[in-house]
Design a protein around this ligand. Sequence first.
Ligand code: URA
Length: 238
Amino acid sequence: MRLDKLLANMGFGSRKEVRQLLKKGAIQVQGEQVKDPALHVDPQIDEVTILGERVVYREFIYLMMHKPQGVISATEDTRDQTVIDLLDDEYRHFEPFPVGRLDKDTEGLLLITNDGKLTHELLSPKKEVPKTYYAHIEGVVSEEDINRFAEGVTLEDGYFTKPGKLRILKSATISEIELTITEGKFHQVKRMFEAVGKRVVYLKRLSMGPLQLDEKLLLGEYRELTDEELSMLRNEKG
Ligand code: URA
């Protein structure tokens, strides 16, 4: 890879700005000062430093976000703030995207990455990756709902869902539940409750496969996945 491309990809400025750095003598490759932006480097092997600091090359980033309400799960939007708008430039230059969608009014776990292959596999309907949601439901959720979800319910468009595992945490006029589903149809949790005559008034995703929302993250905060989380995720999709 060209040296100027590598440094620009790693967020050290535009190609033009990187060339200025090279001109100033700020860059070394294998301990030697270099000025040629077209120099070919192997980012995995060659030691590149900028003002004495090692440039650690990586292709992919993996972030866990605690998505807040009011923000949309997209890379750009003309009207609304997106989850990508919440990221620092340090991450944005990797051109990441959200893995699947949470509704604008849904909170909770959202994985953000630029690894298209992993994303594709996590979202593949064939993999049936389980997703668990916590919700407040208008209406008394009952044993009967548990049984109906366990069999699958028919949505308003005629689609018959796969079984969902419903747990009632509190049965009241506003009930509290947890629901695990293995699909990701548009508004699926909300539509499953509509199918049994109830309404979701608050929705938060707690987990996706082996990945659990880190409750230390405040709404809108994010962090990189740990090596352990990443390897669990990779095993899940396999
Ligand atoms: N189901 C929904 O209805 N909304 C979400 O955001 C996620 C799952």
